[in-house]
Design a protein around this ligand. Structure first.
Ligand SMILES: C[S@@+](CC[C@H](N)C(=O)[O-])C[C@H]1O[C@@H](n2cnc3c(N)ncnc32)[C@H](O)[C@@H]1O
Length: 199
């Protein structure tokens, strides 16, 4: 875990979220016309897909829903969903991400459950299914993730909401997903939202 953390805040419909972030990641520019790939650990970046998905969730009534986030990194959507009343399991392959996500959830007076989960070995997570909803933001940038997530998503919940900046692996995933499930897509600023009906 990087030692130097700085305070950030983001405005969401349900109010401000306060976050601690590794300083080296907080200093990165993030206002370009397309999303990019910096040289710090990916989990430590405040990706626009995560912030945008959190913005969608923040104004919703989610009380009583069981939600799982995959590749949560900073877990901003998880924190927003928990604040909207959901019971949330935030997961990532990287344990450092989950340590900071737990701390950031507490900073915002919500509780997250966390689990270290790699999509290559998801059986333990699948045993905790079914959830009501899967969330994932900017998780499609490696080709290897495509078959893993195509297989995993329908084992977890009847619906998944993906926020994605349109990287090549994301486009390839959606082409294959589109032949299996109904997908409703809406266009944000840099980020696309995809609602996948998995059952
Ligand atoms: C680009 S970051 C996005 C983080 C966060 N969802 C957001 O939008 O801010 C991708 C995240 O996916 C996680 N990840 C990548 N491959 C993974 C895998 N095979 N299993 C689980 N998590 C993975 C990374 O650790 C990282 O936190």
């Amino acid at each position: 875990m990087p030692e130097e953390l700085v305070s950030r805040s983001i405005e969401l419909p349900g109010g401000e979220l306060r976050l601690l972030q590794p300083q080296e990641s907080a200093e990165l520019p993030d206002a370009g016309a397309v999303e990019w790939a910096p040289v710090v650990p990916y989990w430590s970046v405040l990706w626009r897909s995560g912030v945008a998905l959190a913005g969608k969730l923040a104004g919703m009534a989610l009380r009583g829903l069981r939600i799982v986030e995959l590749g949560c990194g900073f877990a901003v959507p998880s924190i927003a969903a928990a604040r909207a009343g959901a019971v949330v399991l935030a997961t990532d392959a990287c344990a450092d991400a989950l340590t900071l996500a737990t701390r950031n959830a507490r900073l915002n007076d919500v509780r997250l459950e966390t689990a270290t989960v790699d999509w290559a070995a998801p059986d333990e997570l699948v045993r905790r299914a079914p959830f009501d909803l899967v969330l994932a933001a900017d998780v499609l940038y490696e080709r290897a993730s495509i078959p893993q997530l195509l297989s995993l998503l329908p084992r977890l919940a009847p619906e998944a909401w993906l926020a994605d900046p349109g990287r090549p692996a994301g486009v390839a995933f959606l082409e294959r997903a589109d032949s299996r499930w109904p997908i409703e897509t809406s266009v944000g600023d840099v980020v696309l939202f995809h609602r996948l009906q998995l059952s």
